[in-house]
Write a new protein. Structure first.
Length: 189
């Protein structure tokens, strides 16, 4: 699993470390990615939930993700959020970010396979970003499995890359910036 310091970018809120010293095989794997699937809780959020006495819930997300996701969209890479939990917060945040999403699903891998099949993209050309044990089936099957810095220890061994930022604190932006940097570098060659 790759995790080492690299170039520091400042997104206005905090520094994001983008790894520039990746092995060539890792860069080649990133260059082949045509689709990125994300878990929501623990990836877009800090894995915490605020529950109000009326039963409403709120989560904390990083505002920097939107600009990073635009970079991925501009590269022509497809994206989709797949969440086990059915929650209005997932739907609202994904709509705001312009991301397609599936929530309330028991079998994330089946959803991912169906989405990729519809787009005629093999699993080897997909990345998946997760943080917990319900992400393991997807992490095991995709070409580029990623976990966030604060992922559960049981999923670390399934990752090819681990972010330097925690979920909900710039991890998604870090991945977007990394992919953008690597893919644009390969376009200049």
């Amino acid at each position: 699993m790759i995790q080492s310091p690299g170039t520091v970018l400042n997104d206005g809120a905090y520094d994001i470390v983008i790894q520039t010293d990746l092995p060539q095989e890792t860069e080649k794997a990133i260059q082949k990615i045509r689709f990125i699937a994300f878990d929501f809780d623990g990836v877009f959020t800090d894995n915490m939930v605020y529950t109000f006495e009326e039963g409403c819930e709120a989560v904390k997300c990083s505002r920097s993700e939107g600009l990073g996701l635009k970079k991925i969209k501009d590269l022509g890479i497809g994206m989709h959020v797949i969440s086990t939990e059915e929650n209005k917060v997932v739907a609202a945040r994904c709509r705001k970010l312009g991301l397609p999403y599936t929530h309330g699903c028991e079998n994330k891998l089946a959803v991912l396979i169906e989405i990729l099949k519809e787009r005629n993209i093999p699993l080897e050309q997909a990345a998946y970003i997760g943080n917990d044990i319900n992400d393991i089936p997807c992490l095991e099957k995709v070409g580029f499995p990623i976990v966030v810095q604060d992922a559960h220890p049981d999923v670390l061994k399934y990752a090819r890359y681990r972010t330097t930022r925690a979920g909900g604190n710039g991890a998604v932006r870090e991945i977007c910036d990394l992919f953008d940097t690597i893919i644009r570098k390969s376009m200049r060659k």
